[in-house]
Write a protein that binds this ligand. Structure first.
Ligand code: ZN
Length: 252
């Protein structure tokens, strides 16, 4: 019997002459890979549903044994995000978001909150012209899924709640006026207040529809620090970060 799942295409690998192995993050079953026979033939109706970053509905023959692979019956495209592939900067940022997702999600474990976070964040990348704030927001949010609990309620050195001045990647939270040293980078208080707002569960990425953040030196520095933190402390592998650093995209 076939099961119907809604999911986001996060990777695809060519297999044989006409086939692909597709990995999706599904709302119902979490991460799942399946064999998609014949989808590289020009006549395949399923190929549209399998584009990278697309959300589609898949009818699958689900395998319940680890050594057997699930198989695609039909795929119907719900939303393509092809525009993300047209702009190379957007493509790299979207790739980073999916890389960070892929390395934390579990096979066959649905997670509505995470599903909404990634799909809504990718949609904001499509809609907004200035995208760095979206990926910075996403990278801060994703720390929770990696089990890293930053503390945004008080200074991490003296535990005072007043006089907050900046954030620290070493201390994983806030620092106050009295505790900062010349080694700590001072972000603007407006940006720090914004990051504190993000910790509220009610805050979602849709809030960025009504706000404008111009990608400036400060945002690029914060993004670079987040990327280094994900590589060196969280321990992810990332093709997109290397590519952005090599090509000086957001890494200036
Ligand atoms: Zn302090």
């Amino acid at each position: 019997m076939a099961n119907t799942l809604q999911g986001l295409v996060i990777s695809k690998i060519n297999y044989n002459d006409y086939d692909q192995i597709i990995t999706i993050f599904s709302r119902e079953e979490g991460k799942l890979s399946f064999y998609a026979p014949g989808v590289r033939k020009a006549i395949s109706k399923n190929q549209f549903s399998l584009q990278l970053f697309a959300t589609s509905e898949f009818e699958l023959f689900l395998s319940y044994h680890k050594n057997k692979v699930s198989k695609l019956k039909t795929g119907v495209l719900i939303k393509d995000r092809n525009l993300l592939a047209k702009d190379y900067d957007d493509y790299l940022v979207a790739t980073l978001m999916v890389e960070v997702l892929d390395q934390v999600i579990e096979e066959r474990t649905g997670d509505d909150e995470l599903y909404n976070l990634i799909t809504n964040s990718l949609d904001r990348l499509l809609n907004n012209s200035d995208n760095l704030i979206i990926v910075i927001f996403y990278l801060f949010k994703m720390l929770k899924w990696y089990g890293l609990r930053w503390d945004f309620s008080k200074c991490q050195r003296c535990h005072k709640k007043e006089g907050i001045k900046t954030i620290s990647f070493i201390d994983q939270g806030l620092l106050c006026r009295g505790c900062i040293t010349e080694k700590d980078y001072l972000f603007s208080i407006g940006l720090i207040k914004e990051i504190i707002l993000w910790q509220d569960h009610q805050f979602t990425v849709t809030a960025f529809d009504n706000k404008t953040f111009v990608t400036n030196q400060e945002l690029m520095l914060l993004f670079k620090m987040l990327c280094e933190y994900y590589l060196n402390v969280v321990g992810i592998f990332s093709y997109s970060i290397k590519e952005m650093a090599d090509k000086s995209i957001y890494f200036k």
